[in-house]
Design a protein around this ligand. Sequence first.
Ligand code: NAI
Ligand code: MG
Length: 372
Amino acid sequence: MAKYRIAWLPGDGIGIEVLEAAKIVLDKLNLNAEYIHGDIGWEFWCKEGDAFPLRTINLLKKSDASMFGAITSKPVKAAEAELAPGLKGKGLIYRSPIVRMRQLFDLYICLRPIKAYAGNPLNYKEKIDIVVFRENTEDLYSGVEFNPVPRELAEVLTNLSKPFSAFSKLPLDQYAISTKINTKKGSERIIRAAFDFAKKFNRKKVTVVHKANVVRATDGLFLEIAKEVAKEYPEIQMDDANIDAMTMWLLKNPFNYDVLVAPNLYGDIISDLCAQMVGGLGFGCSGNIGEKLAVFEPTHGSAPKYSGQYKVNPIATILAAKMMLDWLGEKELGDRLEKATAEVIAEGKVRTYDMGGSSKTLEMAEAIANKL
Ligand code: NAI
Ligand code: MG
C-alpha cells in the first residue's frame, strides 16, 4: 500500500496543465504515494450547482495532503447565468471552493516562500529570501458583511460607537459594512507558526505586519499577542511595521526581511507584492496548512486566455509540490526537487513565455525531471 494518499485536484483552465507538469516531477522522484483525482471547479458548478462537491470534501478528509491547480470563479449573478437549466432559480449561490476549503478544514496558515532563484530574469533583486505567514481563516475575510445594513445593526452601533455617528443618519442602503474579526486563538496560532518556523530553520527575525495605530481593536490585539509570543523565542528578533510602510520598505530593502506574519488581508497583499519581486505568478507557490491537512497550490488562477495551450510556467506548481514533500516529512525529496528546479532556472535554456522564452509547460517539467 502506498505510504501517502494525495488528493489530486487539477480544477480547470491552466490548473489542469500545471498539475500535469507537477505529476511528471513527482513520478520521477518516485514518491511512495497514491494520487486520487477529485472533481472541483467551474464545470461542476455548471453541471451540479456545486464547484466543490461533497465527494471531493470526503476525499480530502481521507487524504494526507493535496495538490490543487486552479479554478475559474465568477461573480454571483454571472455564475447563476451559467447553471444548467434545471438548476437555475433554486437559490444556489456560487462560493469560491478554495475559500471554503480553507474554512472547512481550518487551514489557518497560508505559507508563501519568496525566493529569488539565481538566473531568473524576472527577479527584482538577486538573493531575496523571505517567508510570508498569512492568517487564512478570519480577519476582514470572515464573510460577516452587510449591504444594505440591517436596521438592528445600525441601532446597536449608534448606541455603542461614537465614530458611528458619522454614518448613523444615512439611509441604510447608502453604506455597507464588512467586519474585521480577529480572534485571540486565530492570531496566536499564526504568530506561533511563524516563530516556530523561524526557530526550526534558523531564521533571525520575524516582522509582524499590522496597522495597529489606526485599526486599534483588531490589529492592536494581533500586535499585543505577537509581543507576548515573541518572549518565548528570545533567540529570534521580533519587529513590526505598518502595512502601508511595509510595502515601501519591502521594495526599498527586501534584504531587511526574513519571516513576515500578518492577518489575512495584509498577508494577502504582501504575498502578492513579494511574489512579484521573485518572478510573479509563474513562481508564486503556496501552502494552505492546518493541523491535519495541507493543500498546496500555485497562487495564480485558471488564466482562461492561455487555457489549453500548455504554455504557462509550471514552476509555481512544481515548487508547491516541493512544499508538499517538506510537509509530508520527505525533506530529502523536497531538497532534490528544489535543487533541480534551481539548476534549470540558472541554466536558462528552458524558459516559458513569462521568462522571455518559448518553452512549453511540459518541456519545463521534463527539464526539471531530467535533473532529478
Ligand atoms: P490568473 O492568475 O488566472 O491569470 C492572470 C494572468 O497572469 C494570466 O493571464 C497570465 O498572463 C499570467 N499567469 C497566470 N499564471 C501564470 C503562469 N503559471 N505562468 C505564466 N503566466 C501566468 O488571474 P485572473 O486572470 O485574474 O483570473 C482568471 C480566473 O482564475 C478567474 O476566474 C479567477 O477567479 C480565478 N482565480 C483562481 C484562483 C485559484 O484557483 N486559487 C486564484 C486567482 C484567480
Ligand atoms: Mg491573493
